[in-house]
Design a protein around this ligand. Sequence first.
Ligand code: FES
Ligand code: FE2
Length: 434
Amino acid sequence: MRRAAIAALVEDERVHRDLYLSESLFALEQKHFFANTWNYVGHASQVSNAGDYISLDIAGRPLVMVRHDDGSVRVLYNRCAHKGTPLVTERSGNTGRFFRCPYHAWTYRLDGSLRAVPLASGYDGTGFDPAAAGQGMQAPGGVAMHGDFVFAKINPGGPDFASYFGEALASIDNLVDRSPVGRLRIEGAPLRTLIRCNWKTYLENINDTVHPLSTHESATTAAGNVWQGRAADAPKPMAIEQILPFGAGHDFFDRMGGRVLPNGHSVLGTAFSIHSGYTALPEYEQAMREAHGAARATEILQHSPQNALCYPSLALKGSPQAIRVIRPLAADRTVVEAWSFRVEGAPDLLFERSVTYNRLAFSPMSVVAHDDMHLFQGIQKSLRAEGNEWVSLHRGFRAGELATPTLDVNGTNEMLMRNQFRAWVKFMTLDMDA
Ligand code: FES
Ligand SMILES: [Fe+2]
């Protein structure tokens, strides 16, 4: 498929259904789009000790993130130089001082260089050079860290890390700055869900504020019934505090505001969000003031977006301290992982909030996500209906918006979604012939 054919699938305020349905387009996304974008790998706290690793796929390529014995974090292809065997097969573990291939036991140092080959004399006179770059575990085109957040880009070309994310990195900073000592730690395994939908349906929903009132009506009505008749200032159980705001009116979501950033990134809830009303924690706030100064502490704590998106693989919540990682597997299969952070120097309650929120809103057993998933899986089927090949993104569209890479809009404006598709075209076609 050529550049023009790809671009024709995305119009200013609507996109063609092939973006969600076509397996051949998904194969092109793996080759171009996901290889040209910076994708989230993991958090350095997941590999605290030398030899600790996690394994994952980005753009269909197998990667391993490992802690080197010099303390650095490395990202390498999970592929033996001999015949292509994966060097690790677990999602996480400790490989010791080196990787050992399970097939013929070639070993690799933690920086990926080849360490030893059994029966090495068999290679004498063959031209095989163990020092040659190709004999080690290779690194992807780009690896970058923002604090402890690790990202990779498969292709060596394209934008560098800082210009790709730009202002979007401030959302990561806000999450980190919520620790009075500036440190976060991933704790526990993620809540992992396989959804039979296209990854773009999921990403659009991250910026969709018109749906909660209808889609999540059953959960908010149930929470409302449980809480009915209590005094407005009665202390709420954590689950009630977290679920009730999903039922706030359309006006609430409209006023929360959104910020559109270049390259598909965004911040939803620039003014306030469903997380803004959580119970105050005076001791924690005092610790924050001592660490950051009063003005800066207030600024950090008041900024609690609904969702900040580091397109296309990472969605963050400053409060509660949680991230979602989006891992597309096929045109109709997407894995979403919800991870919780422990905020160092902060009370346990913050971690409890993060875990409770992820359970309530993002687990397959949640009272929120199952409603979304039911609809997403339905969309995957219903888009095949004839008579309309397009998905509408018209809400709030103004012709002039195309000229402005960074823009503040109202919270229900679908520009935050249109912005994703503009970036999709850009990174799909970046390395394609015209
Ligand atoms: S495939 Fe890894 S040592 Fe042979
Ligand atoms: Fe939802």
